[in-house]
Design a protein around this ligand. Structure first.
Ligand SMILES: Nc1ncnc2c1ncn2[C@@H]1O[C@H](COP(=O)(O)OP(=O)(O)O)[C@@H](O)[C@H]1O
Ligand SMILES: [Mg+2]
Length: 252
C-alpha cells in the first residue's frame, strides 16, 4: 500500500524559556493511500497542533512530516503555498463557503485557481457533486442550503482537486445528527470509490466509528491505536467507547 503520510519523531514546543509546552512529543505514524484515519484525544492533548503541522499552517520544532515522500518540514515558504494548493484538501468545522457564490462556483473556484480549463472544471464539479449527493443544490447560494448541504459542498471543494491528503478538523462539530451521518457516509464513499485519503480530528465517538483506524493522543503522545479491521461500525463504536473509558473519559 502506498504511503501518503509519514510522521516521524514529531515534536512541537510552544513558548519560551521557563514556560514551555510540549504540545507534541515524539509522535510517529503513517497513513496509507485510501485510508480514513481518525485522531482522538482530550481537549489540549495536541490534536489541532498535529493537524496544523501536517497542513503546514504551523511549523514543527523537530522531526519530519512527509507527504507522498516529500519532507514538508524542509520546504521554503514559496514551495509551501504550491504544495498546499496541489496536495492538500481542507475541511473545517465552519464551512468557509463564499456567500456570494453558488455551490457550483464555490466548488469550481478551487479548480479555476489551480488553472483547470472550463470544460474540465464542469465535468469535475458534476462528478464530485454526484458522489456527495449535492447535484440538486449546485445553483443555490450557501444561505439557501441546510447545514449538512453546506458541509458537503465544502467537502466537494476540498476533494475536487483530488488532493493526496484531505485534512478535516471536527467536520461534524456544527451539524445535527442526520447531517453528520450524511457527511460521514460521503467520506466513506470517497475513500472507497475515489481512493481518497482522509485524516479527521474528532472528539465524537460516533463520527470516529466511520473511520478505518483511530489514533488516540494524550499529552502530546500517541497513546494507542485502534484498527477497525472487519468490525461493523457498531462493534467499532463499542471498542472506541472502551478506549475512551480507559483514557478516563477524557478522550472527548
Ligand atoms: N499557539 C500556542 N501557544 C502556546 N501554547 C499552545 C498554542 N497552541 C496550543 N498550545 C498548547 O498546546 C497544547 C495542545 O493544544 P491543541 O493542539 O490545541 O490541543 P487539542 O486540539 O487537542 O485541544 C495545549 O496545552 C495548548 O494549551
Ligand atoms: Mg483542537
Amino acid at each position: 500500500m502506498k504511503k501518503i503520510l509519514q510522521v516521524q519523531n514529531l515534536e512541537k514546543i510552544y513558548g519560551n524559556k521557563g514556560n514551555l509546552t510540549n504540545a507534541l512529543n515524539r509522535v510517529n505514524f503513517d497513513v496509507s493511500e485510501g485510508e480514513f484515519v481518525g485522531i482522538m484525544g482530550a481537549s489540549g492533548s495536541g490534536k489541532t497542533t498535529l493537524l496544523n503541522c501536517i497542513s503546514t499552517i504551523d511549523t514543527a520544532t523537530a522531526g519530519s512530516i512527509s507527504i507522498e515522500g516529500l519532507d514538508i518540514t524542509a520546504l521554503k515558504s514559496n514551495q509551501l503555498a504550491e504544495f498546499r494548493c496541489h496536495k492538500l484538501g481542507f475541511i473545517f468545522q465552519d464551512y468557509n463557503l463564499l456567500d456570494t457564490l453558488t455551490a457550483f462556483e464555490n466548488i469550481a473556484l478551487a479548480l479555476t485557481i489551480s488553472g483547470c480549463k472550463p470544460r474540465e472544471v464542469e465535468g469535475k464539479v458534476h462528478e464530485v457533486s454526484e458522489r456527495l449527493g449535492i447535484s440538486e443544490v449546485l445553483n443555490k447560494y450557501p444561505v439557501q442550503m441546510s447545514g449538512g448541504q453546506r458541509q458537503r459542498v465544502a467537502s466537494a471543494r476540498a476533494l475536487v482537486t483530488d488532493p493526496a491528503l484531505v485534512l478535516a478538523d471536527e467536520p461534524t462539530g456544527a451539524l445535527d445528527s442526520k447531517s453528520a451521518r450524511a457527511l460521514l457516509e460521503s467520506f466513506r464513499t470517497m475513500v472507497k470509490d475515489m481512493n481518497s485519503t482522509i485524516l479527521m480530528v474528532t472528539h465524537d465517538p460516533f463520527s470516529a466509528s466511520y473511520t478505518d483506524r483511530i489514533l488516540f493522543i494524550r499529552d502530546g503522545k500517541l497513546f494507542t491505536e485502534l484498527i477497525r479491521g472487519g468490525d461493523s461500525r457498531k462493534a467499532f463504536f463499542d471498542k472506541i467507547m472502551e478506549v475512551m473509558m480507559v483514557l478516563g473519559g477524557e478522550a472527548a
